[in-house]
Design a protein around this ligand. Sequence first.
Ligand code: MF3
Ligand code: CO
Length: 294
Amino acid sequence: MIEMASNIGRNDYCWCKSGLKYKQCHAAFDEKIEFYKRNHAEVPSKEMIKTKEQLSGIRASSKINIAVLDYVSEHIVIGMTTEEIDRMVYQKTVELGGIPATLGYEGYPKSVCTSVNDQICHGIPSEQVVLKDGDIVNVDASTFYQGYYSDSSRMFCLGNVSEDNRRLVRVAKECVALGLEQVKPWSFLGDMSQAIQDHARQNGYSVVREIGGHGIGIEFHEDPWVSYVIGKGTGVLLAPGMVFTVEPMINKGNDKIRMDRKNGWTFYTADGECSAQWEVTIAVTEEGYEILTY
Ligand code: MF3
Ligand code: CO
């Protein structure tokens, strides 16, 4: 909950540390939040509202995150192992002054997630997994830089990918773009979610329910949890300063998932059909949104 005007005077310095007086800074913002709260909306907590300084930190982290995935884009080829992608991500991230955020995260052993074909997400890079002609692969990189986190993922179509799978990859990307169109202050997370699920379903696909996006910035995974199966007008109210990921997982078949019990990380489609995902980190702004990673 936003701690409000109750304990800040209008002439005091704003809680966001902008150096401005409260009345010239977040006073109107807080009033708006109070209004929505009185009307029973789920409102963002104060931790979800990033300060200008925090936003610059996340932006700097995001620059490295983008550069790492650009580097992967330029070098990924058929015949390469996913372990080699892991090495590229580690080396490029460190070269640019960052640390791969997944490395050692809750015991995760690698610097990146590489999810091939029917792997939905959290595929663990391995010497044993060789990229083949026709594969679709998601490379999901997360970066920690000078105290701030960023996260994004892209799909790669290797060689002669079937028309079906190319369409899946394209529609998954369109889902993110259509979701983003709904992101603006004082709308709801569910507005974005609804646009994504509508487009996926209109194309005959399903959306993974159990795994979603997340707030990010000071921690790798922060509130809010970002679902892509909730309805328009539901979920948390969006306000300027919120930073979260948009990363729907779109399945060609049904939405049932299965976890690899041996590694405890990787999710597969239960029906063995392919799954595709693109991920961006965004900030909600006064006007709409800013893409931090893409
Ligand atoms: N970028 C992935 C996500 O936010 C990272 C998951 S944590 C990992 O879902 F340890 F699995 F990598
Ligand atoms: Co993420």
